[in-house]
Design a binder for this molecule. Structure first.
Ligand code: NAI
Ligand code: MG
Length: 494
Protein backbone atom coordinates (compact mmCIF):
# COMPACT_ATOMS: atom_id res chain seq x y z
CA UNK A 1 0.00 0.00 0.00
CA UNK A 2 2.82 2.41 0.84
CA UNK A 3 3.90 4.59 -2.04
CA UNK A 4 1.01 3.57 -4.23
CA UNK A 5 -0.50 6.65 -5.81
CA UNK A 6 -4.21 6.68 -5.07
CA UNK A 7 -6.84 7.36 -7.68
CA UNK A 8 -6.83 11.06 -8.44
CA UNK A 9 -3.51 11.37 -6.68
CA UNK A 10 -4.61 14.11 -4.27
CA UNK A 11 -4.03 16.95 -6.68
CA UNK A 12 -3.55 20.27 -4.92
CA UNK A 13 -6.14 22.59 -6.34
CA UNK A 14 -3.54 25.28 -6.98
CA UNK A 15 -0.88 24.43 -9.54
CA UNK A 16 1.70 24.73 -6.79
CA UNK A 17 5.47 24.63 -7.08
CA UNK A 18 5.96 21.27 -8.81
CA UNK A 19 9.03 20.65 -6.66
CA UNK A 20 6.90 20.45 -3.52
CA UNK A 21 3.86 18.29 -2.95
CA UNK A 22 2.33 15.96 -0.38
CA UNK A 23 3.28 12.31 -0.64
CA UNK A 24 0.25 10.05 -1.08
CA UNK A 25 -1.13 8.89 2.28
CA UNK A 26 -3.71 6.29 1.37
CA UNK A 27 -5.74 4.57 4.07
CA UNK A 28 -5.75 0.82 3.46
CA UNK A 29 -8.98 -0.60 2.12
CA UNK A 30 -7.96 -4.06 3.34
CA UNK A 31 -9.61 -3.39 6.69
CA UNK A 32 -13.02 -3.85 5.10
CA UNK A 33 -14.28 -6.97 3.38
CA UNK A 34 -16.93 -6.18 0.82
CA UNK A 35 -19.11 -9.14 -0.18
CA UNK A 36 -20.16 -9.62 -3.79
CA UNK A 37 -23.83 -9.56 -2.79
CA UNK A 38 -25.88 -8.21 0.11
CA UNK A 39 -29.38 -9.16 1.21
CA UNK A 40 -32.11 -7.28 3.03
CA UNK A 41 -31.96 -7.35 6.84
CA UNK A 42 -35.34 -8.52 8.10
CA UNK A 43 -36.24 -10.15 11.41
CA UNK A 44 -32.58 -10.46 12.38
CA UNK A 45 -31.45 -12.24 9.20
CA UNK A 46 -30.01 -11.26 5.85
CA UNK A 47 -31.85 -12.61 2.81
CA UNK A 48 -32.65 -11.84 -0.83
CA UNK A 49 -35.59 -9.77 -2.01
CA UNK A 50 -38.77 -11.79 -2.57
CA UNK A 51 -38.46 -11.36 -6.33
CA UNK A 52 -34.67 -11.79 -6.28
CA UNK A 53 -34.00 -8.36 -7.75
CA UNK A 54 -30.70 -6.55 -7.10
CA UNK A 55 -28.98 -3.27 -7.94
CA UNK A 56 -25.30 -2.33 -8.06
CA UNK A 57 -23.60 0.13 -5.76
CA UNK A 58 -20.47 1.79 -7.10
CA UNK A 59 -17.49 3.75 -5.86
CA UNK A 60 -18.16 7.27 -7.21
CA UNK A 61 -14.43 8.09 -7.20
CA UNK A 62 -13.66 5.33 -9.70
CA UNK A 63 -17.05 4.18 -11.06
CA UNK A 64 -15.95 0.69 -10.01
CA UNK A 65 -18.81 -1.61 -8.87
CA UNK A 66 -18.51 -2.46 -5.18
CA UNK A 67 -21.33 -4.96 -4.68
CA UNK A 68 -24.79 -6.03 -5.74
CA UNK A 69 -27.50 -5.27 -3.21
CA UNK A 70 -31.04 -6.60 -2.83
CA UNK A 71 -33.76 -4.31 -4.19
CA UNK A 72 -36.70 -4.33 -1.80
CA UNK A 73 -40.23 -4.52 -3.20
CA UNK A 74 -43.69 -4.45 -1.65
CA UNK A 75 -43.57 -8.03 -0.22
CA UNK A 76 -40.25 -7.21 1.46
CA UNK A 77 -41.68 -4.05 2.99
CA UNK A 78 -44.65 -6.08 4.25
CA UNK A 79 -42.34 -8.65 5.79
CA UNK A 80 -40.08 -6.06 7.46
CA UNK A 81 -43.01 -4.09 8.89
CA UNK A 82 -44.56 -7.33 10.23
CA UNK A 83 -41.25 -8.27 11.85
CA UNK A 84 -40.93 -4.81 13.40
CA UNK A 85 -44.52 -5.00 14.72
CA UNK A 86 -43.97 -8.42 16.28
CA UNK A 87 -40.69 -7.29 17.88
CA UNK A 88 -42.38 -4.16 19.21
CA UNK A 89 -45.24 -6.10 20.80
CA UNK A 90 -43.33 -9.07 22.14
CA UNK A 91 -39.89 -7.77 23.09
CA UNK A 92 -38.85 -4.18 22.61
CA UNK A 93 -42.00 -2.32 23.68
CA UNK A 94 -42.35 -4.17 27.01
CA UNK A 95 -38.60 -4.17 27.76
CA UNK A 96 -37.54 -1.85 30.62
CA UNK A 97 -35.62 1.21 29.41
CA UNK A 98 -32.53 0.20 31.38
CA UNK A 99 -32.40 -3.05 29.38
CA UNK A 100 -32.86 -1.27 26.05
CA UNK A 101 -30.01 1.03 27.05
CA UNK A 102 -27.62 -1.90 27.31
CA UNK A 103 -28.16 -2.76 23.65
CA UNK A 104 -27.64 0.84 22.57
CA UNK A 105 -24.42 1.10 24.59
CA UNK A 106 -23.27 -2.14 23.01
CA UNK A 107 -23.96 -0.85 19.48
CA UNK A 108 -22.13 2.40 20.30
CA UNK A 109 -19.08 0.53 21.58
CA UNK A 110 -18.97 -1.80 18.57
CA UNK A 111 -19.18 1.23 16.28
CA UNK A 112 -16.11 2.61 18.04
CA UNK A 113 -14.27 -0.70 17.85
CA UNK A 114 -15.02 -1.06 14.14
CA UNK A 115 -14.63 2.67 13.39
CA UNK A 116 -11.88 2.31 10.83
CA UNK A 117 -13.82 -0.31 8.93
CA UNK A 118 -16.90 1.90 8.86
CA UNK A 119 -14.88 4.95 7.78
CA UNK A 120 -13.23 3.17 4.86
CA UNK A 121 -16.50 1.60 3.72
CA UNK A 122 -18.29 4.97 3.93
CA UNK A 123 -15.61 6.69 1.85
CA UNK A 124 -15.66 3.91 -0.74
CA UNK A 125 -19.44 3.89 -1.17
CA UNK A 126 -20.06 7.62 -0.78
CA UNK A 127 -16.90 9.33 -2.11
CA UNK A 128 -16.32 11.53 0.96
CA UNK A 129 -12.75 12.09 2.18
CA UNK A 130 -11.53 9.56 4.72
CA UNK A 131 -10.63 12.31 7.17
CA UNK A 132 -14.29 13.33 7.26
CA UNK A 133 -15.72 9.83 7.58
CA UNK A 134 -13.05 9.00 10.17
CA UNK A 135 -13.27 12.21 12.21
CA UNK A 136 -16.91 13.25 11.77
CA UNK A 137 -19.37 10.65 10.47
CA UNK A 138 -18.32 7.60 12.45
CA UNK A 139 -17.52 9.23 15.83
CA UNK A 140 -20.76 11.23 15.69
CA UNK A 141 -22.75 8.10 14.83
CA UNK A 142 -21.30 6.37 17.91
CA UNK A 143 -21.99 9.50 19.97
CA UNK A 144 -25.65 9.40 18.96
CA UNK A 145 -26.00 5.84 20.25
CA UNK A 146 -24.18 6.69 23.50
CA UNK A 147 -26.27 9.80 24.05
CA UNK A 148 -29.59 8.07 23.44
CA UNK A 149 -28.59 5.03 25.47
CA UNK A 150 -28.43 7.46 28.38
CA UNK A 151 -32.02 8.57 27.81
CA UNK A 152 -33.57 5.09 27.46
CA UNK A 153 -34.21 4.67 31.21
CA UNK A 154 -34.90 8.36 31.94
CA UNK A 155 -37.64 9.19 29.46
CA UNK A 156 -40.06 10.22 32.21
CA UNK A 157 -37.61 12.98 33.16
CA UNK A 158 -37.29 14.39 29.63
CA UNK A 159 -40.02 16.95 30.27
CA UNK A 160 -42.30 15.20 27.81
CA UNK A 161 -44.91 13.95 30.27
CA UNK A 162 -44.69 11.64 33.28
CA UNK A 163 -45.22 8.40 31.38
CA UNK A 164 -44.26 8.88 27.73
CA UNK A 165 -44.95 5.87 25.52
CA UNK A 166 -43.31 4.73 22.28
CA UNK A 167 -45.24 5.17 19.04
CA UNK A 168 -44.74 1.65 17.69
CA UNK A 169 -43.11 0.94 14.32
CA UNK A 170 -41.04 3.73 12.78
CA UNK A 171 -40.38 3.82 9.02
CA UNK A 172 -37.21 5.79 8.32
CA UNK A 173 -35.97 6.93 4.92
CA UNK A 174 -32.52 8.48 4.67
CA UNK A 175 -30.29 10.11 2.02
CA UNK A 176 -26.79 9.44 0.71
CA UNK A 177 -24.82 12.42 2.02
CA UNK A 178 -24.19 11.05 5.55
CA UNK A 179 -25.29 7.44 5.18
CA UNK A 180 -24.16 6.00 8.53
CA UNK A 181 -24.68 9.17 10.51
CA UNK A 182 -28.26 9.59 9.25
CA UNK A 183 -28.95 5.95 10.11
CA UNK A 184 -27.72 6.68 13.65
CA UNK A 185 -29.78 9.90 13.89
CA UNK A 186 -32.86 7.89 13.00
CA UNK A 187 -32.32 4.61 14.84
CA UNK A 188 -30.82 5.74 18.16
CA UNK A 189 -33.68 7.98 19.41
CA UNK A 190 -36.35 5.65 18.03
CA UNK A 191 -34.88 2.63 19.82
CA UNK A 192 -34.18 4.52 23.04
CA UNK A 193 -37.84 5.53 23.14
CA UNK A 194 -38.96 1.90 22.69
CA UNK A 195 -39.94 1.88 19.03
CA UNK A 196 -38.87 -0.67 16.44
CA UNK A 197 -37.54 0.41 13.05
CA UNK A 198 -37.60 -0.24 9.34
CA UNK A 199 -34.79 1.78 7.78
CA UNK A 200 -34.49 2.49 4.04
CA UNK A 201 -30.99 3.76 3.12
CA UNK A 202 -30.37 5.66 -0.12
CA UNK A 203 -29.80 3.64 -3.28
CA UNK A 204 -26.30 5.01 -3.92
CA UNK A 205 -24.98 4.36 -0.39
CA UNK A 206 -26.43 1.17 1.12
CA UNK A 207 -23.26 -0.45 2.47
CA UNK A 208 -22.68 1.16 5.87
CA UNK A 209 -26.35 0.72 6.82
CA UNK A 210 -25.93 -2.99 6.06
CA UNK A 211 -22.76 -3.10 8.15
CA UNK A 212 -24.71 -1.41 10.94
CA UNK A 213 -27.31 -4.18 10.59
CA UNK A 214 -24.48 -6.65 11.12
CA UNK A 215 -23.48 -4.69 14.23
CA UNK A 216 -27.06 -5.04 15.49
CA UNK A 217 -26.68 -8.82 15.13
CA UNK A 218 -23.30 -8.68 16.86
CA UNK A 219 -24.85 -6.72 19.72
CA UNK A 220 -27.50 -9.42 20.12
CA UNK A 221 -30.33 -7.01 19.36
CA UNK A 222 -33.55 -9.06 19.31
CA UNK A 223 -34.67 -9.95 15.75
CA UNK A 224 -37.06 -7.48 14.13
CA UNK A 225 -36.13 -4.50 16.32
CA UNK A 226 -34.08 -3.03 13.44
CA UNK A 227 -34.79 -3.96 9.83
CA UNK A 228 -32.85 -2.54 6.88
CA UNK A 229 -34.43 -2.50 3.43
CA UNK A 230 -32.13 -1.47 0.62
CA UNK A 231 -33.77 -0.16 -2.50
CA UNK A 232 -34.77 2.98 -4.35
CA UNK A 233 -37.61 5.51 -4.26
CA UNK A 234 -40.42 2.97 -4.72
CA UNK A 235 -39.28 1.02 -1.63
CA UNK A 236 -39.30 4.30 0.32
CA UNK A 237 -42.77 5.13 -0.99
CA UNK A 238 -44.06 1.64 -0.08
CA UNK A 239 -42.72 2.05 3.45
CA UNK A 240 -44.25 5.52 3.82
CA UNK A 241 -47.70 4.36 2.72
CA UNK A 242 -47.65 1.08 4.66
CA UNK A 243 -50.64 0.92 7.04
CA UNK A 244 -48.56 -0.98 9.62
CA UNK A 245 -46.21 1.94 10.25
CA UNK A 246 -46.97 4.42 13.07
CA UNK A 247 -44.36 7.06 12.35
CA UNK A 248 -42.32 8.21 9.36
CA UNK A 249 -39.04 10.08 9.60
CA UNK A 250 -37.60 11.29 6.32
CA UNK A 251 -34.41 13.11 5.36
CA UNK A 252 -33.96 14.05 1.73
CA UNK A 253 -35.17 16.40 -0.97
CA UNK A 254 -37.93 18.94 -0.43
CA UNK A 255 -39.67 17.54 -3.51
CA UNK A 256 -39.97 14.02 -2.05
CA UNK A 257 -40.76 15.51 1.38
CA UNK A 258 -43.79 17.22 -0.11
CA UNK A 259 -44.88 13.98 -1.80
CA UNK A 260 -44.63 12.17 1.53
CA UNK A 261 -46.67 14.88 3.28
CA UNK A 262 -49.40 14.47 0.70
CA UNK A 263 -49.33 10.66 0.89
CA UNK A 264 -49.62 10.73 4.69
CA UNK A 265 -52.27 13.43 5.06
CA UNK A 266 -55.21 12.14 7.09
CA UNK A 267 -53.61 8.80 8.04
CA UNK A 268 -52.94 9.77 11.65
CA UNK A 269 -49.32 8.64 11.34
CA UNK A 270 -46.70 10.88 12.88
CA UNK A 271 -44.23 12.58 10.53
CA UNK A 272 -40.95 14.46 10.73
CA UNK A 273 -39.22 15.87 7.66
CA UNK A 274 -35.63 17.02 7.35
CA UNK A 275 -35.36 18.60 3.91
CA UNK A 276 -33.18 20.95 1.91
CA UNK A 277 -31.62 24.30 2.69
CA UNK A 278 -30.01 27.42 1.25
CA UNK A 279 -28.27 28.76 4.30
CA UNK A 280 -26.74 32.22 4.61
CA UNK A 281 -23.31 32.49 6.20
CA UNK A 282 -23.17 36.17 7.24
CA UNK A 283 -19.78 37.86 7.68
CA UNK A 284 -19.67 41.31 9.30
CA UNK A 285 -16.83 43.80 8.89
CA UNK A 286 -15.60 43.26 12.45
CA UNK A 287 -15.25 39.47 12.05
CA UNK A 288 -11.77 37.95 12.35
CA UNK A 289 -11.17 37.38 8.66
CA UNK A 290 -9.01 34.26 8.81
CA UNK A 291 -11.43 32.47 11.12
CA UNK A 292 -14.37 33.55 8.98
CA UNK A 293 -12.63 32.22 5.86
CA UNK A 294 -12.12 28.86 7.57
CA UNK A 295 -15.80 28.89 8.52
CA UNK A 296 -16.85 29.70 4.97
CA UNK A 297 -14.71 26.86 3.60
CA UNK A 298 -16.03 24.41 6.19
CA UNK A 299 -19.57 25.69 5.59
CA UNK A 300 -19.73 24.94 1.88
CA UNK A 301 -16.83 22.66 0.93
CA UNK A 302 -17.21 20.11 3.76
CA UNK A 303 -18.53 16.83 2.28
CA UNK A 304 -18.38 18.31 -1.26
CA UNK A 305 -21.21 20.63 -0.24
CA UNK A 306 -23.58 17.64 0.00
CA UNK A 307 -24.93 19.04 3.26
CA UNK A 308 -28.52 20.16 3.86
CA UNK A 309 -27.31 22.91 6.21
CA UNK A 310 -24.37 23.96 3.96
CA UNK A 311 -23.55 27.68 4.06
CA UNK A 312 -24.16 27.96 0.32
CA UNK A 313 -24.82 31.73 0.32
CA UNK A 314 -22.04 33.89 1.66
CA UNK A 315 -23.40 37.29 2.72
CA UNK A 316 -20.41 39.52 3.31
CA UNK A 317 -20.45 43.15 4.42
CA UNK A 318 -19.53 45.35 1.47
CA UNK A 319 -16.62 47.11 3.16
CA UNK A 320 -14.71 43.85 3.65
CA UNK A 321 -16.03 41.90 0.68
CA UNK A 322 -12.91 42.20 -1.48
CA UNK A 323 -10.58 41.21 1.36
CA UNK A 324 -12.71 38.22 2.35
CA UNK A 325 -13.14 36.97 -1.20
CA UNK A 326 -9.40 37.35 -1.94
CA UNK A 327 -8.41 35.42 1.15
CA UNK A 328 -11.06 32.82 0.42
CA UNK A 329 -9.64 32.26 -3.06
CA UNK A 330 -6.12 31.93 -1.60
CA UNK A 331 -7.40 29.33 0.84
CA UNK A 332 -9.28 27.40 -1.83
CA UNK A 333 -6.03 27.16 -3.77
CA UNK A 334 -4.65 24.96 -0.99
CA UNK A 335 -7.53 22.47 -0.90
CA UNK A 336 -6.65 19.04 -2.20
CA UNK A 337 -9.14 17.25 -4.41
CA UNK A 338 -8.83 13.57 -5.26
CA UNK A 339 -8.71 10.06 -3.85
CA UNK A 340 -11.20 9.93 -0.94
CA UNK A 341 -9.06 7.31 0.79
CA UNK A 342 -6.02 9.62 0.89
CA UNK A 343 -5.71 11.11 4.37
CA UNK A 344 -4.70 14.49 2.92
CA UNK A 345 -7.74 14.84 0.67
CA UNK A 346 -10.08 17.75 1.43
CA UNK A 347 -12.55 17.35 -1.42
CA UNK A 348 -13.70 13.92 -2.50
CA UNK A 349 -15.96 12.67 -5.27
CA UNK A 350 -19.49 13.82 -6.06
CA UNK A 351 -21.79 11.02 -4.94
CA UNK A 352 -23.46 10.18 -8.25
CA UNK A 353 -23.65 11.02 -11.92
CA UNK A 354 -27.16 12.46 -11.30
CA UNK A 355 -25.89 14.81 -8.61
CA UNK A 356 -22.94 15.87 -10.78
CA UNK A 357 -25.38 16.67 -13.61
CA UNK A 358 -27.51 18.74 -11.26
CA UNK A 359 -24.50 20.74 -10.04
CA UNK A 360 -23.29 21.27 -13.62
CA UNK A 361 -26.71 22.46 -14.73
CA UNK A 362 -27.11 24.96 -11.90
CA UNK A 363 -23.60 26.37 -12.24
CA UNK A 364 -24.14 26.81 -15.99
CA UNK A 365 -27.32 28.72 -15.13
CA UNK A 366 -25.30 30.95 -12.77
CA UNK A 367 -22.94 31.91 -15.57
CA UNK A 368 -25.78 32.41 -18.04
CA UNK A 369 -27.55 34.71 -15.59
CA UNK A 370 -24.45 36.88 -15.31
CA UNK A 371 -22.55 35.85 -12.17
CA UNK A 372 -18.77 35.64 -12.30
CA UNK A 373 -17.48 32.09 -11.89
CA UNK A 374 -14.13 31.18 -10.33
CA UNK A 375 -12.37 27.93 -9.44
CA UNK A 376 -8.75 27.38 -8.44
CA UNK A 377 -6.60 25.68 -11.06
CA UNK A 378 -7.54 22.09 -10.51
CA UNK A 379 -6.92 18.85 -12.38
CA UNK A 380 -9.88 16.50 -12.03
CA UNK A 381 -9.32 12.73 -12.11
CA UNK A 382 -10.44 11.15 -15.37
CA UNK A 383 -12.65 8.42 -13.94
CA UNK A 384 -15.33 9.09 -11.38
CA UNK A 385 -17.54 12.08 -10.58
CA UNK A 386 -15.74 15.29 -9.68
CA UNK A 387 -16.46 18.97 -9.40
CA UNK A 388 -13.89 21.67 -8.65
CA UNK A 389 -14.59 24.02 -5.72
CA UNK A 390 -16.41 26.96 -7.27
CA UNK A 391 -17.17 30.51 -6.17
CA UNK A 392 -19.65 32.84 -7.84
CA UNK A 393 -19.37 36.58 -7.23
CA UNK A 394 -21.68 39.28 -8.53
CA UNK A 395 -24.69 37.17 -7.59
CA UNK A 396 -28.17 38.70 -7.45
CA UNK A 397 -30.84 37.35 -5.16
CA UNK A 398 -32.98 36.42 -8.15
CA UNK A 399 -30.39 34.08 -9.69
CA UNK A 400 -31.07 30.35 -9.49
CA UNK A 401 -27.68 29.83 -7.77
CA UNK A 402 -28.92 32.13 -4.97
CA UNK A 403 -32.30 30.46 -4.62
CA UNK A 404 -31.99 26.74 -5.38
CA UNK A 405 -30.18 24.11 -3.38
CA UNK A 406 -27.13 23.07 -5.45
CA UNK A 407 -25.90 20.42 -2.98
CA UNK A 408 -22.37 20.66 -4.32
CA UNK A 409 -19.07 22.53 -3.72
CA UNK A 410 -20.43 25.82 -5.04
CA UNK A 411 -20.58 29.09 -3.12
CA UNK A 412 -22.65 32.13 -4.14
CA UNK A 413 -21.34 35.42 -2.78
CA UNK A 414 -23.70 38.33 -2.12
CA UNK A 415 -22.96 41.56 -0.27
CA UNK A 416 -24.86 43.74 2.22
CA UNK A 417 -24.34 47.11 3.91
CA UNK A 418 -26.40 47.07 7.13
CA UNK A 419 -27.44 44.34 9.57
CA UNK A 420 -31.08 44.91 8.52
CA UNK A 421 -30.17 44.24 4.92
CA UNK A 422 -28.24 41.11 5.95
CA UNK A 423 -31.31 39.76 7.75
CA UNK A 424 -33.62 40.57 4.85
CA UNK A 425 -31.34 38.83 2.35
CA UNK A 426 -30.63 35.85 4.60
CA UNK A 427 -34.36 35.27 5.11
CA UNK A 428 -35.17 35.72 1.44
CA UNK A 429 -35.50 31.99 0.79
CA UNK A 430 -38.26 29.41 1.09
CA UNK A 431 -35.90 27.31 3.23
CA UNK A 432 -35.08 27.74 6.93
CA UNK A 433 -32.63 25.15 8.15
CA UNK A 434 -29.48 26.93 9.28
CA UNK A 435 -27.43 30.13 9.22
CA UNK A 436 -24.04 31.41 10.31
CA UNK A 437 -23.00 34.74 11.83
CA UNK A 438 -19.43 36.02 12.05
CA UNK A 439 -18.84 39.08 14.22
CA UNK A 440 -16.89 40.12 17.32
CA UNK A 441 -20.00 41.66 18.90
CA UNK A 442 -21.96 39.36 21.18
CA UNK A 443 -24.97 41.68 21.09
CA UNK A 444 -25.05 41.49 17.33
CA UNK A 445 -24.97 37.70 17.41
CA UNK A 446 -28.08 37.70 19.61
CA UNK A 447 -29.76 40.39 17.52
CA UNK A 448 -29.16 38.35 14.37
CA UNK A 449 -30.15 35.01 15.93
CA UNK A 450 -33.51 36.46 16.94
CA UNK A 451 -34.23 37.56 13.39
CA UNK A 452 -32.81 34.79 11.23
CA UNK A 453 -35.55 32.34 10.34
CA UNK A 454 -33.50 29.17 10.64
CA UNK A 455 -33.63 26.13 12.89
CA UNK A 456 -29.93 26.40 13.76
CA UNK A 457 -27.84 29.58 13.95
CA UNK A 458 -24.10 29.09 14.39
CA UNK A 459 -22.06 32.02 15.70
CA UNK A 460 -18.38 32.25 14.78
CA UNK A 461 -18.44 28.58 13.80
CA UNK A 462 -20.25 26.44 11.25
CA UNK A 463 -21.40 22.85 10.71
CA UNK A 464 -20.96 21.96 14.36
CA UNK A 465 -23.05 18.98 15.54
CA UNK A 466 -23.71 17.34 18.86
CA UNK A 467 -26.24 14.65 19.73
CA UNK A 468 -27.50 16.79 22.63
CA UNK A 469 -28.35 19.70 20.36
CA UNK A 470 -31.65 19.66 18.43
CA UNK A 471 -31.39 20.07 14.66
CA UNK A 472 -34.18 20.78 12.19
CA UNK A 473 -35.86 23.33 9.98
CA UNK A 474 -38.72 25.67 9.23
CA UNK A 475 -40.88 26.01 6.14
CA UNK A 476 -39.52 24.14 3.09
CA UNK A 477 -36.67 22.74 5.18
CA UNK A 478 -39.21 20.56 6.98
CA UNK A 479 -40.39 20.19 10.57
CA UNK A 480 -39.52 18.26 13.68
CA UNK A 481 -36.18 18.12 15.48
CA UNK A 482 -33.50 15.46 15.72
CA UNK A 483 -31.12 15.27 18.65
CA UNK A 484 -31.51 16.34 22.25
CA UNK A 485 -34.71 16.23 24.26
CA UNK A 486 -36.60 17.74 21.33
CA UNK A 487 -35.59 14.83 19.12
CA UNK A 488 -37.00 12.32 21.62
CA UNK A 489 -40.40 14.01 21.38
CA UNK A 490 -40.63 12.85 17.76
CA UNK A 491 -40.64 9.21 18.91
CA UNK A 492 -42.86 9.43 21.98
CA UNK A 493 -46.53 9.77 22.70
CA UNK A 494 -46.52 12.04 25.70
P1 NAI B 1 -34.36 12.02 -2.64
O1 NAI B 1 -35.21 12.85 -1.74
O2 NAI B 1 -34.96 11.50 -3.90
O3 NAI B 1 -33.79 10.77 -1.83
C1 NAI B 1 -33.71 10.66 -0.43
C2 NAI B 1 -34.23 9.30 0.01
O4 NAI B 1 -35.62 9.21 -0.28
C3 NAI B 1 -33.58 8.10 -0.68
O5 NAI B 1 -33.48 7.05 0.25
C4 NAI B 1 -34.60 7.76 -1.75
O6 NAI B 1 -34.55 6.41 -2.17
C5 NAI B 1 -35.90 8.03 -1.05
N1 NAI B 1 -37.05 8.33 -1.91
C6 NAI B 1 -37.05 8.81 -3.18
N2 NAI B 1 -38.31 8.98 -3.61
C7 NAI B 1 -39.12 8.60 -2.59
C8 NAI B 1 -40.54 8.57 -2.42
N3 NAI B 1 -41.37 8.96 -3.39
N4 NAI B 1 -41.02 8.16 -1.23
C9 NAI B 1 -40.21 7.80 -0.22
N5 NAI B 1 -38.87 7.79 -0.34
C10 NAI B 1 -38.33 8.20 -1.51
O7 NAI B 1 -33.07 12.88 -2.96
P2 NAI B 1 -32.07 12.68 -4.20
O8 NAI B 1 -32.84 12.43 -5.44
O9 NAI B 1 -31.06 11.70 -3.81
O10 NAI B 1 -31.40 14.12 -4.27
C11 NAI B 1 -32.04 15.19 -4.94
C12 NAI B 1 -31.75 16.50 -4.28
O11 NAI B 1 -32.33 16.50 -2.98
C13 NAI B 1 -30.30 16.79 -4.02
O12 NAI B 1 -29.70 17.37 -5.14
C14 NAI B 1 -30.37 17.74 -2.86
O13 NAI B 1 -30.63 19.05 -3.32
C15 NAI B 1 -31.57 17.26 -2.08
N6 NAI B 1 -31.17 16.41 -0.95
C16 NAI B 1 -31.21 16.91 0.30
C17 NAI B 1 -30.79 16.15 1.36
C18 NAI B 1 -30.80 16.66 2.75
O14 NAI B 1 -30.04 16.19 3.57
N7 NAI B 1 -31.66 17.57 3.09
C19 NAI B 1 -30.26 14.80 1.19
C20 NAI B 1 -30.31 14.32 -0.17
C21 NAI B 1 -30.73 15.13 -1.18
MG1 MG C 1 -34.46 11.20 -6.09
Amino acid sequence: MAGKQGQGGGVAARAADPAWDYAPAPESRDIVTIAAEYGLFTDGEFGPAADGRQFPTINPATEEPLARVALAGQPDVDRAVAAARAAYQRVWGPMPGAERAKYLYRIARILQERAREFAVLESLDNGKPIKESRDVDVPLAAAHFFYHAGWADKLEYAGLGSAPRPLGVAGQVIPWNFPLLMAAWKLAPALAAGNTCVLKPAETTPLTALLLAEVCQQAGLPPGVVNVLTGAGPAGAALVSHPGVDKIAFTGSTEVGKEISRAMAGTGKRLTLELGGKAANVVFDDAPVDQAVEGIVNGIFFNQGHVCCAGSRLLVQESVADTVVDRLKDRLGTLRLGDPLDKNTDIGAINSREQLDKISELTAAGEAEGAERWSPPCRLPEKGYWFAPTVFTGVSQSYRIAREEIFGPVLSVLTFRTPEEAVAKANNTPYGLSAGVWTEKGSRILWMAQRLRAGVVWANTYNRFDPASPFGGYRESGFGREGGRHGLAAYLDA
